[in-house]
Design a protein. Structure first.
Length: 269
């Protein structure tokens, strides 16, 4: 490894690295790095204050990569500087210090690059046409916002603080404020389906079939009509040969339900 090797990349305006890079540079097996991050997310953040927990969860993003040798797709994590700090904080061996510094320096350099780009864009002079267009858009937005505000006030006035009326009017009000058709609104909190049965099996020392059986026993799987619920989602996967198969993906809540089941029934089974 050379000090010029690129360890940090710019992804959607954020400096990031991956669990693959960390495993490679620190000389660790990737599955062990994945397990450490899984433990941080599922156990380390379990009892901290909710606002801090939500922020910390955003440090890591589940992603995937394709193995060039067998063309199979495997999971990995992308992480920002704070995520890397949480992860690498557990690498206490003195021989890892050089690698930590290399990552930190590249994160710092990438952050300076982002700030320079932002400043360049901020100070870029406008042409007369751009200035007129910007002012026209600002006026149009102000008029639109005023119209939305009047319509929202009208709907809220109609509810007269009646809880049922408020509940019925909520989708309409959200549709107005977000400028999204009511039928496209997702009122329920978004569920992230992070794991396959094989992923959970690896973490718990079981086969994917066993995880599927437990999920079936706990009634976690969505019906064919639903396709998804708070625990699972059924998706179609195309492999490298072009063949399509059905696969279940599991949420954090599903992972927690399965681990609770194993904890409570291990001795009995």
């Amino acid at each position: 490894m050379t000090q010029t090797e690129q360890l940090v990349e710019l992804q959607n305006g954020v400096a990031t690295t991956t669990s693959l890079e960390v495993a490679k540079i620190f000389g660790k097996k990737h599955r062990n790095i994945l397990k450490i991050i899984d433990d941080i997310i599922n156990e380390g953040l379990l009892n901290i204050e909710q606002t801090l927990k939500n922020k910390a969860m955003a440090y890591f993003e589940l992603s995937s990569y394709k193995n060039e040798q067998n063309h199979q797709t495997y999971r990995m994590y992308k992480m920002n500087y704070k995520g890397f700090t949480l992860l690498a904080g557990g690498f206490t061996d003195k021989k890892f210090m050089e690698y930590k510094v290399m990552f930190v320096e590249q994160f710092d350099a990438m952050q300076h690059y982002i700030q320079e780009q932002q400043q360049t864009q901020f100070f870029a002079p406008e042409t007369v046409e751009q200035q007129i267009k910007r002012e026209q858009l600002a006026i149009a937005k102000q008029n639109s916002d005023n119209a939305k505000s009047r319509e929202v006030r009208s709907w809220l006035k109609l509810t007269k603080n009646d809880p049922e009326a408020v509940k019925m009017a909520a989708p309409k009000v959200m549709s107005i404020l977000l400028d999204v058709p009511e039928e496209q609104l997702q009122i329920e909190p978004k569920v992230n389906y992070l794991y396959t049965a094989a992923d959970i099996g690896k973490m718990l020392g079981l086969e994917a079939y066993d995880i599927g059986s437990i999920a079936q026993k706990l009634d976690l799987k969505a019906t064919r009509k639903e396709r998804s619920n708070r625990y699972t989602k059924n998706v179609s996967i195309k492999d490298y040969a072009g063949d399509i198969s059905s696969k279940w993906l599991y949420s954090r809540e599903a992972f927690k339900a399965i681990t609770n089941y194993l904890d409570n029934n291990y001795k009995e089974e």
